[in-house]
Design a protein around this ligand. Structure first.
Ligand code: MTE
Length: 327
């Protein structure tokens, strides 16, 4: 198991065809520099652009290929930023981007800035601002599949750092068994939160060993740039072997606890959205099959893979468990 499998791979000139290249290394690195701490804050200011890095005319030997480790191309920035589930804004996937365009990160309706609090069963509780996260933790790029429980999927080039690195900093005690995540509650900026249809704030959880798995990524960027508001700016989770609803957006609290935490979706429909929510083509949703999926940008359907294709990295976490019971 190597996290390098999930990084963009430099490719040889002989392998290059135009559709394989999104931009040259120079453009790519330019994009990454946006994620330096000072620049990030500027990037969050009104008017900051979410436009993609320019398509590469690419000096040949510096090309970077944005494909996942199985060879599938990354979805375009337009697809990733215009087809979103983010119920705090709206349940209309194509409406999130415009409703979120002026969103300013802050930790509550009354706070003036954004922080994430990491606390609970830990020896060293800490509160981090975005600059802390970007300077204390080495940012990496990972190309992950995202498989929504609804039956669609994308390939997304995220930037971020392992959740395990953050948890190690706060030193979970031996009593800590689970991690609970909470999204900001800010109905002034998030019109969907004015609706009583859902028990806000959005909450999610992982078992501690799942959270410590190297695949679990805290995401700070997309396509080498700041994370767009509609994708969960400023900090979201990516747990690619689980259905997309586990990958909670806009996290302001991370709590180490001793019992399985409640989640928004399990409180809405426990029999439809379980705590584990591992991608599993053999366990159907009560109302539809999970055997196949529609990759955004493709016609037709493709088979869904066990653990979304990440079995090698994560199957060991569930040895001896009946995945039909712990769905
Ligand atoms: N996080 C919050 N806070 N609110 C949400 O509505 N939707 C989830 C997940 N995280 C959601 C969330 C679902 S169902 C999916 S499929 C993914 O976000 C979608 O992420 P994307 O819009 O970046 O593709």
């Amino acid at each position: 198991m190597s996290p390098n499998r999930y990084k963009a791979q430099p490719i040889r000139p002989s392998e290059i065809t135009p559709e394989h290249i999104y931009y040259s290394r120079r453009d790519f690195m330019k994009g990454f520099s946006v994620l330096s701490a000072g620049a990030f804050l500027a990037a969050c200011s009104p008017g900051a652009s979410n436009t993609p890095a320019p398509n590469g005319s690419a000096g040949v030997e510096t090309a970077i290929e944005l494909r996942d480790e199985s060879g599938d191309p990354a979805n375009t920035i337009e697809q990733i930023t215009n087809y979103n589930n983010y119920y705090e804004f709206t349940t209309d996937k194509s409406g999130v981007a415009s409703l979120a365009q002026d969103y300013q990160p802050r930790s509550s309706e009354t706070a003036t800035d954004w922080t994430v609090e990491v606390y609970g069963l830990v020896n060293k509780p800490q509160t981090f601002g975005m600059e802390d996260l970007l300077t204390k933790f080495t940012q990496e790029e990972r190309i992950y599949r995202l498989r929504c429980v609804e039956g669609w999927s994308m390939v997304i080039p995220w930037t971020g750092f392992p959740l395990a690195a953050l948890l190690q900093q706060v030193e979970p005690t031996s009593a800590a068994q689970y991690v609970r995540f909470e999204t900001v509650f800010d109905p002034d900026q998030m019109p969907g939160q004015k609706s009583r249809m859902f028990p806000w704030p959005y909450q999610e959880g992982l078992r501690l060993d799942e959270a410590m798995n190297d695949l679990a990524l805290l995401v700070t960027g997309l396509y080498g740039r700041e994370l767009p508001a509609q994708n969960g700016m400023p900090l979201r989770l990516a747990v690619p072997w689980k259905y997309g609803f586990k990958s909670i957006k806009n996290i302001i609290k991370i709590e180490l606890v001793d019992k399985e935490p409640g989640t928004l979706w399990s409180s809405v429909a426990r029999n439809e959205y379980g705590f584990y929510a591992n991608v599993n083509p053999e366990v159907d949703h009560p109302r539809w099959s999970q055997a196949s999926e529609r990759r955004i940008g493709e016609s037709g359907r493709r088979p869904t893979l066990m653990f979304n294709g990440y079995a090698e990295d994560v199957a060991g976490l569930y040895e001896g468990m009946d995945l039909r019971v712990h769905y």
